[in-house]
Design a protein around this ligand. Structure first.
Ligand SMILES: CCCCCCCCCCC/C=C/C(=O)SCCNC(=O)CCNC(=O)[C@H](O)C(C)(C)COP(=O)(O)OP(=O)(O)OC[C@H]1O[C@@H](n2cnc3c(N)ncnc32)[C@H](O)[C@@H]1OP(=O)(O)O
Length: 392
């Protein structure tokens, strides 16, 4: 609820009202003659707790509003202050229901839960074309065949933004891949993006210890996350199927090869976001492309095309989007047939002398970021994105 609340609280009123009130009015008209019993209502409340998949923040906000309307009637609470983002969003959602009768709200709540139960059940089924081995992950698809473990970022509707759950799942998938019998590991994205980087709603879920505690925990998470890439023992290859932003770009400096579609772009808008580089890019990008080009990317946020990124040495090779998957996977399958121990040992020889340095850089970047996250510059940038006032 908290995440949705921040975003919705910041949205401009007209679009927010459309999103919330249209389905409610529809349901009200369609169901005028029907009312759910108290028992149906209680069953629906229990059903919500049993949903296997998160229905998404906007739906949770709708559920909240209908629940309040059904149990307490129209919103007559004082409007929370503008900085009380979460409560203001909840208040807005409830207030939007106006004088909707309690019985209708109850019916709408029951209808909404029932539609959720069926739609979320079907969306948890394996999609056609996806590998059936991909289980146990909410935000990833992980498959292993032909000597290749493929980790696919799988939040296409959110441009594969990396939420906290995805950070943890990527670490888990990497740890598993480092021990499985595959020879190489691939990271790619599902949908039109490779990844839009850190999910900016990660900033909204503030624990009781406040934003300082959140920043501290996030720095620990980030350090551990990047550490997994530094220490990954097998050849690690990025198949960059579309635009890449933020941390999904910076960690490319820790990969052993990066193949990109000519649709891909590489963008690290840290200054725009009031943040600073991570993923060891303050070190790897300087080594890869030299300080002048690295500064253009990391300080001035210059977005590179795939061709430019290839010319700078960040990308190994670029392929036309129309033949990208075919060409890349033909190459990867050939690599995966090479003797795995030889590849692992060669990687060790190439990378090991840098490891200690990389861990030190990672630690320093995380501690600088911990401070940055508390800055007004960063907070304003995040609020602007969540309120739809800005995009990259
Ligand atoms: C207190 C401290 C807590 C900190 C916790 C941090 C933990 C570790 C942090 C590590 C450091 C990492 C840094 C970075 O990665 S910086 C880069 C961050 N990314 C961005 O700024 C991208 C923001 N997104 C955009 O600008 C646009 O969405 C984009 C250009 C990518 C695409 O635009 P387009 O118009 O094509 O598509 P939409 O905007 O409509 O996107 C579709 C839906 O996806 C949602 N979306 C996309 N990207 C993100 C994102 N990064 N975070 C959250 N949500 C994202 C977008 O909102 C749309 O959602 P809805 O359909 O629900 O509206």
């Amino acid at each position: 609820m908290a995440i949705a609340a921040w975003r919705l609280a910041q949205r401009s009123c007209p679009s927010y009202l459309q999103v919330i009130s249209f389905p409610v009015v529809q349901l009200h008209m369609n169901r005028a003659a029907m009312t759910a019993s108290q028992k149906d209502f209680e069953n629906a409340m229990n059903q919500v707790k049993l949903l296997k998949k998160d229905p998404g923040n906007e739906v949770k906000l709708k559920l909240y509003a209908l629940y309040k309307q059904a149990t307490e009637g129209p919103c007559n609470m004082p409007k929370p202050g503008v900085f009380d983002l979460i409560n203001k969003a909840k208040w807005d959602a409830w207030n939007t229901l106006g004088s909707l009768p309690k019985e209708t709200a109850r019916q709408n709540y029951v209808d909404l839960v029932s539609s959720l139960s069926s739609s979320l059940e079907s969306s948890s089924q394996v999609e056609p074309g996806t590998d059936r081995k991909s289980t146990g992950y909410e935000t990833l698809m992980v498959t292993s065949e032909d000597g290749i473990t493929k980790i696919t970022l799988n939040r296409p509707a959110k441009k594969n933004a990396i939420n906290v759950e995805m950070y943890h799942e990527i670490m888990r998938a990497l740890k598993a891949a480092s021990k499985d019998d595959s020879s190489i590991t691939v990271l790619t994205g599902n949908g039109d993006y490779y990844s839009s980087g850190n999910d900016l709603t990660n900033f909204t879920d503030i624990p009781p210890g406040g934003v300082e505690e959140k920043a501290k925990n996030s720095a620990i998470l980030l350090r551990e996350f990047v550490g997994c890439f530094i220490d990954f023992p097998k050849p690690l290859i990025a198949v960059v199927n579309g635009p890449a932003v933020g941390i999904s770009v910076t960690i490319l400096g820790l990969f052993d090869a990066v193949y990109a579609s000519d649709r891909a772009t590489f963008h690290t808008p840290f200054s725009h976001l009031g943040q600073s580089p991570e993923g060891c890019s303050s070190y790897t990008f300087l080594k890869i492309m030299g300080p002048a080009k690295a500064t253009e990317m990391l300080v001035f946020g210059k977005k590179l095309t795939a061709g430019e990124a290839c010319a700078q040495g960040l990308v190994t090779a670029v392929f036309p989007d129309s033949t990208f998957q075919k060409e890349v996977w033909t190459r990867l399958k050939a690599f995966a047939k090479l003797p795995p121990n030889a590849m692992r040992i060669s990687k060790e020889v190439i990378r090991n002398r840098e490891k200690e340095k990389l861990h030190a850089v990672n630690a320093e970047e995380c501690s600088v970021l911990q401070e940055r996250w508390l800055s007004d510059e960063c907070m304003n940038a995040v609020v602007n994105f969540l309120s739809r006032k800005s995009k990259l």
